[in-house]
Structures are given as structure tokens and as C-alpha cells.
Design a protein around this ligand. Structure first.
Ligand code: UD1
Ligand code: CA
Length: 476
């Protein structure tokens, strides 16, 4: 118990029909997290005594997606009675009988309500000493939302759902945002009186304000000035729009922390990513999941980093990397593909058209061109010549390649694992290295070259090559 006397109920039992998806609506992701994950993250910042998530549609899938990241959330099953009123009722019934505080109701499909907005919403409710407080907004197009109907004194009288509204009611532009604070006793008292006699045959939570007013109790409204915090996701067009708004907010936060973002519209940063001051992000770059980028690094353009760690002053251009660590002052790209387990040391280089996987590449070592380095440990000061390849897979098992400090391989070397190249060793161009190379040795595996003079003119008479060869011979 933190003693702040607050329970948070997150509604996530609905089907989300308008998404037309196999995936439950609340699990669709923006900013690297499911919609309902954002609501849970925000709820976590409010330090409530209880956080409950009401589930029903695809409940196993929803619980599985959230249980690990939000271990404090309690999942409550809604029964076959439909509607937001029923959802809140089952959650309230699951609270301890002696819980006597406020209940903040949030929707799993409204991810943009941030902790500051919700804190002032709670403060407004407590200051008003109301039985219930609705979050409302005045919008240009209220279609689809419940309308807030005010009485002659300007107080909240009731909420009318779009489908039950008269033409007059439908013309009201103040909407119910779907976020509320109630005294728990109010919900215990009034939810049993909420019926299903409406256009959708559902128990509407939005009936509670009207019932309270009939008993002469006070219902307050907190009108938000930034309507975007109320935006919900009902279809995929709204998913993209809400995702864009979230991204704009995240990008702006990092800009104010000292990150240069050249083109916010094409820069996507997940909520879990962290960036240090003086990082520069070039256009069309995706910084995803728990990626962290240290001071002075330059990322992009056209780069995707998933769960990566980038060191100070590193440069990463036109690269796709997942679960990779890139050392300080290292350079990566263009057109590099870093797969999980890549660890590039300080001042190292992974260059053009190089793929790496499960590979430690030591300080100052270079893999500059056209290589595949997989399941390898590469020491310091190594240079793998253009097109050096680790042949790590024999159709059954993966094997390791070990390259010790200061090794230089010739162009087009194939390292057939398991194999070890000792410190300072070298390989000739085109070498196929199947045996360990002792420290300081030169490994050659290509047969000596033999030139058969006059072969082209004899065997390819009449071709351009033969003619060219003949002309050269005459000129000599
Ligand atoms: C609801 C409000 C409406 C408000 C709008 C704001 C009601 C009756 N209407 O309408 O006044 O303007 O939100 O976005 O409350 N859910 C359950 N169990 C259910 C039904 C829904 O948990 O039986 C959950 C859904 O998963 C969703 C949330 O409740 O997260 C809202 O449900 P939704 O069907 O989207 O309600 P709206 O029609 O948007
Ligand atoms: Ca909704």
C-alpha cells in the first residue's frame, strides 16, 4: 500500500471489431508497445494501490502479452454481460472490500493520456469533492463519442451515447473522453442500477453520471485543452494517427534533451529507447525497442536499430541492426546488416555489404567490405580482407571461428569453422582455411597459377577476345 488511496481500472475486454484483425485491438502496437501497454506504463507512474485490467476477448493472448512487463497488474475477467459499465463492475467487485478510495477508469485503446494529464485530472476531482469527474474535450467532429449534456447551470447532467442521441444532443461538441474518476462507494452503489435498455443492449458506464444527478449528487467535468490526449484507436487509420502523435511527442522530448533530429516526420523512436545529448539522427531512421545511443553518435540516414547499444561518437549509416553493440568511435555502414550478438569494439569498422551474427569484433578491428562474419571471435587490430567469409555451418552444426590479434586476411578468404588463426597470422588471397594457422604464419591454399600461352587464339578463334589478343601480339 502506498496509501494514496487510488485504484486504476483499465478497460480492455472489447473485441475491437473495427480493426478487422486477428490481433485484439489493445495489443496493436505503437511506439514499440501495445496500446494497452502504454496505458499500463502511465498507470505505473501514478503509484496506485491497485491496477486492474479487465479482459475477455482473446483474454489468454492479452494476458500473455502483458503479464511479464507489468507484473503488478491484476487481470479481471468480464463475464458475458457486455458494456463498459459491466467491465468496471467486475473490476470493482474484485477490489478488497475495505478499499475506500478513488477509482480512475481508463481505456486500453486510449494511449495518449500521459501521467501529468491524469495527475491534474485526479487533483481536479479531489478539489471539486465530486462523486464522479469526467474528462471531456470540445472537438470539431464529435462523431462516435458520447456527448456531455450540461444543465441550465452549466453542470454535467448526463452523457448520451451517439447511438442513443437525439439530433439536438448529437449536435453537442463536448465529448466524453472515456476517462473518469469515481469514489469507489459511488460505483458500488450505482452500477447495480445500470441497465441494458439502450441502442446497443449494453451496460453503459456512462449512465452513472445521470443516475448520480437524479439523486442530487455532484458530477464534475474536467475539460482538457489538448484534445489529442483523449484520442482513442478504433480502426487502423486512427492507429496510424495516434502512433504519429505519440512519436512526435517522443521525438520532441529528445530534442529538448539535446538530440538533433533532422527530420522528425521520418524519425521513429520507441518509448523505451534512450538517447544522450549531442546525438544526431538523420532522416528515415528507426530507433526501436530498448536501443540506447551515447553522446555524439551520428545515426542514419535510412537506419533501423532494434535493441542496440551504440557507443560515444560512433557513426552508423544506412544500417539494419538488431541486438548489436557498437563501440565508441566505431563506424558501421553503409548497407551493413548486424544480427543478434554482434559486438563491435571501440574504433572498429563494419563496412559496406557486410553481415555479422554472434560475432565479437575487437577494438580497432575492421571488416570493411562484402563479408559474412558469423559465430566468430575476432581479436584487436584485425583486418579481414574484402569478401572474407566465415563458413560457420556444416548443414548440422554451427562452429566458431577464432581470429587472434593483428591477423590480416587476404581478399576472398574462406574460414571453414571450427578454425583458429593465431596472432599476427596472414592468409593469401582466395585462401580456403580448413586448418588452424599458427601465430605469425602465412596460410596459402590456392594452387600456383599456370598460364597457357596462345590458348584463346587456338580455342576461341573468331571471338573478340581472340582478335584483341592477336592485335596485341602483332603490336608487340
Ligand atoms: C466509450 C464511451 C463513450 C466515449 C468513448 C471515448 C461508453 C458506453 N461509451 O465509447 O461515451 O465517448 O468511449 O473513447 O462507455 N470494453 C470492455 N468491455 C466491454 C466493452 C468495452 O472492457 O464490454 C472496453 C474496450 O476494450 C475499450 C473501452 O472499453 O478499451 C471502450 O470501449 P469502446 O467499445 O471502444 O467504447 P466507445 O464506443 O469508444
Ligand atoms: Ca473506443
Amino acid at each position: 500500500m502506498t496509501g494514496n488511496n487510488l485504484a486504476i481500472i483499465i478497460l480492455a475486454a472489447g473485441q475491437g471489431t473495427r480493426m478487422r484483425s486477428r490481433l485484439p485491438k489493445v495489443l496493436h502496437a505503437i511506439g514499440g508497445r501495445p496500446l494497452v501497454g502504454h496505458v499500463l506504463t502511465t498507470a505505473g507512474r501514478l503509484e496506485a494501490d491497485h491496477v486492474e485490467v479487465v479482459v475477455r476477448h482473446e483474454r489468454e493472448q492479452v494476458v500473455a502479452a502483458l503479464a511479464e512487463d507489468y507484473p503488478d497488474a491484476v487481470f479481471i475477467d468480464q463475464d458475458e454481460v457486455p458494456g463498459t459499465g459491466r467491465a468496471v463492475q467486475v473490476a470493482v467487485d474484485a477490489l478488497p472490500a475495505d478499499f475506500d478510495g478513488d477509482v480512475l477508469v481508463l481505456s486500453g485503446d486510449c494511449p495518449l493520456a500521459d501521467a501529468d494529464t491524469l495527475r491534474s485530472f485526479l487533483d481536479a476531482h479531489r478539489a471539486a469533492e465530486a462523486e464522479a469527474t469526467l474528462m471531456t474535450a470540445v472537438v470539431e467532429d464529435p462523431t462516435g463519442y458520447g456527448r456531455v449534456i450540461r444543465d441550465a447551470d452549466g453542470g454535467v447532467d448526463r452523457v448520451v451515447e451517439q447511438k442513443d442521441a437525439t439530433a439536438d444532443e448529437a449536435s453537442v461538441s463536448e465529448i466524453n473522453a472515456g476517462m473518469y474518476v469515481f469514489r469507489v462507494g459511488t460505483l458500488r452503489k450505482y452500477l447495480p442500477s445500470v441497465g441494458v435498455d439502450n441502442a446497443q443492449g449494453e451496460m453503459y458506464l456512462t449512465d452513472v453520471p445521470g443516475l448520480l444527478r437524479r439523486d442530487g449528487s455532484r458530477v464534475a467535468a474536467s475539460v482538457v485543452s489538448d484534445v489529442t490526449v483523449t484520442y482513442g484507436v478504433n480502426d487502423r487509420a486512427q492507429l496510424a494517427e495516434v502512433g504519429r502523435l505519440l512519436n512526435r511527442r517522443i521525438v520532441r522530448r529528445w530534442q529538448l534533451e539535446g538530440v538533433t533530429v533532422i527530420d522528425p516526420a521520418t524519425t521513429w523512436i520507441d518509448d523505451d529507447a534512450t538517447l544522450a545529448p549531442d546525438v544526431t539522427i538523420l532522416p528515415n531512421t528507426h530507433i526501436l525497442r530498448a536501443t540506447s545511443i551515447a553522446e555524439g553518435a551520428i545515426i542514419g540516414p535510412d537506419t533501423t536499430l532494434v535493441d542496440c547499444e551504440v557507443g560515444e561518437d560512433a557513426i552508423v549509416r544506412r544500417t539494419d541492426a538488431t541486438l548489436a553493440v557498437i563501440g565508441a568511435e566505431a563506424t558501421v555502414g553503409p548497407f551493413s546488416f548486424l544480427r543478434p550478438g554482434t559486438v563491435l569494439g571501440a574504433r572498429g569498422k563494419i563496412g559496406a555489404y557486410v553481415e555479422t551474427k554472434n560475432a565479437e569484433i575487437g577494438e580497432g578491428s575492421k571488416v570493411p567490405h562484402l563479408s559474412y562474419v558469423g559465430d566468430a571471435t575476432i581479436g584487436r587490430g584485425v583486418n579481414l580482407g574484402a569478401s572474407t567469409i566465415t563458413a560457420n555451418y556444416d548443414d548440422v552444426n554451427k562452429h566458431r571461428t577464432i581470429v587472434e590479434d593483428e591477423v590480416h586476411t587476404g581478399s576472398h578468404t574462406t574460414l571453414v569453422a571450427p578454425v583458429r588463426l593465431g596472432a599476427g597470422a596472414k592468409t593469401g588471397a582466395g585462401a580456403v582455411v580448413r586448418k588452424d594457422v599458427p601465430a605469425g604464419s602465412l596460410a596459402m591454399s590456392v594452387a600456383p597459377q599456370r598460364n597457357i600461352e596462345g590458348w584463346v587464339e587456338k580455342n576461341r578463334a573468331g571471338t573478340g577476345a581472340a582478335d584483341a589478343a592477336a592485335r596485341t601480339r602483332v603490336a608487340e
